[in-house]
Write a protein that binds this ligand. Structure first.
Ligand code: FRU
Length: 451
């Protein structure tokens, strides 16, 4: 465990304690998440030489417990086919790709090459493989493997289902689904779209995960990151439905489901090879201000790893989230009731028992604050960080975010506070909110009370 002096040093360097951040340069989406031979591998969108988005690489880190990360050398560099955008990794156990050797089965990365020539962008899907447990990757000489001559065609997520490889890619306002036997030859099967996006709104970073209901029937969840230029409807959205190996059928109905009501969980992806358990990690940021927030030689970090569970809430299946068990063990929880709690530095995991029907939790350093409001009569939560926002970060940062929930009886809130972020889990995981913050001095007081 860290002592206060260490925490202050992390704080002064804008360095998260419980969240992964790269040593230097820029970072966005998590890529190629996979649990393999005892390690969680995290690859990510990375630009080592600058603190804004640029020619993208895949950075790489690994961890045994999802909290202590070891940064490894860059896994994929730009090449003649373009820069390296988001994608996923699979364990090709049967060597269907032929990349394996007598000694090792391959891990295969499926990623987007992004090529810009004279102002024209083209995106296509390519492969790279590793025969040393993910430490180094070799690009496939036949790249790209899937080119639809499109501008927005990216972020392949590949899963194994019914002896086939299934790839989902974002293509503007829809998700395209392909299948393959060998990861190299792809056949288009279907497309999924809702038709409720406006001009300039697009989907990115799809994921498709499978649960079963209490009768043993498969339930599928399609996750997409929705990027809207006015940032009103930006965030990770999901659909609950069916998948038959070629088509996804949405049963969500009229509701729009969001994974996080905060601003700062984007491009969320789940780890492969966890045998039906889903741990999600997102880029803890928002394109609206990601490139202008304060930095100290590096910019960006990941969210806490969160377990996703599909549960019926008021007869509707929704994703419930909780921080991965491993992570909570390490951070340690401090339990609080109503009152004023002060200390030198309020960083850690706080389990807060709300005693009032309408409650508030204020994190402050005497000058700046973040205010959480929660109303158990209406099932409503809000987060206001206008008390610690700066005009140069734009309007979005200081705007009050709200969400509705139905589990009115669960009155405990888990709030994980790191040096530059605050993550809120409420109503038994029905609600999750991720928010960045930047303040002059660490929060030294938490006030818990009624309104
Ligand atoms: C999402 C995204 C992806 C793309 C990557 C580029 O944040 O825009 O669609 O692959 O970032 O860095």
């Amino acid at each position: 465990m860290l002592d206060i002096k260490d925490k202050v040093e992390y704080f002064n360097n804008l360095r998260p304690i419980f969240h992964y951040s790269c040593r230097r340069g820029w970072m966005n989406d998590p890529n190629g998440l996979i649990f393999y031979r005892g390690y969680y591998h995290l690859f990510y969108q990375h630009c080592p030489d600058r603190t804004v988005h640029g020619p993208m690489h895949w950075g790489h880190a690994r961890s045994r417990d999802l909290i202590h990360w070891e940064e490894l050398p860059i896994a994929l560099f730009p090449d003649k086919n373009g820069t390296i955008f988001s994608g996923s990794i699979v364990y090709d156990e049967e060597n269907s790709s032929g990349f394996g050797s007598d000694k090792s089965d391959p891990l295969v990365a499926i990623f987007t090459h992004n090529k810009e020539t004279q102002g024209i962008t083209r995106q296509y899907q390519s492969l790279a493989y590793s025969l040393d447990n993910g430490n180094t990757f070799e690009k496939f000489s036949g790249n790209p493997v899937l080119d639809m001559r499109m501008k927005d065609f990216r972020d392949p997520k590949v899963i194994r289902y019914r002896n086939k490889w299934i790839m989902l890619t974002a293509a503007g306002q829809s998700i395209l689904i392909f299948s393959s036997d060998n990861l190299k030859d792809w056949k288009k099967e279907s497309s999924f779209f809702t038709g409720d996006l406006e001009k300039n709104e697009i989907w990115e970073c799809p994921d498709l995960i499978r649960f079963s209901d209490k009768y043993g029937n498969e339930r599928w969840v399609l996750i997409v990151s929705q990027n809207t230029l006015d940032y009103k409807k930006t965030g990770v959205r999901y659909f609950v439905g069916r998948f038959n190996g070629t088509d996804f059928f949405d049963n969500t109905g009229k509701r729009t489901l969001w994974l996080d009501f905060g601003r700062d969980d984007y491009a969320a992806a789940t780890f492969a090879e966890l045998q039906g358990k889903y741990i999600q990690l997102g880029w803890m940021n928002c394109w609206a201000y990601a490139q202008i927030l304060p930095e100290k030689g590096f910019r960006g970090s990941m969210t806490l790893p969160k377990q996703l569970i599909l549960e019926e809430v008021e007869n509707c299946p929704i994703l419930i989230q909780k921080p991965a068990d491993e992570v909570m063990k390490e951070i340690g929880i401090v339990e609080l009731n109503s009152g004023k709690w002060s200390g030198e530095i309020m960083i850690g995991a706080f389990l807060i028992n709300m005693e009032n029907d309408r409650g508030r939790i204020n994190f402050t350093n005497g000058m700046e604050n973040i205010l959480i409001g929660i109303d158990y009569t209406k099932g409503e939560i809000s987060v206001d960080r206008s008390g610690c926002s700066k005009p140069e970060w734009g309007n979005e940062f200081g705007e009050v975010r709200k969400a509705k929930f139905t589990r009115l009886d669960d009155r405990q809130l888990l709030v994980v506070v790191d040096t530059t972020s605050i993550e809120i889990f409420a109503a038994g995981g029905e609600i999750c909110g991720t928010f960045l913050y930047f303040v002059e001095r660490p929060f030294s007081e938490i006030e818990v009370g009624g309104i």
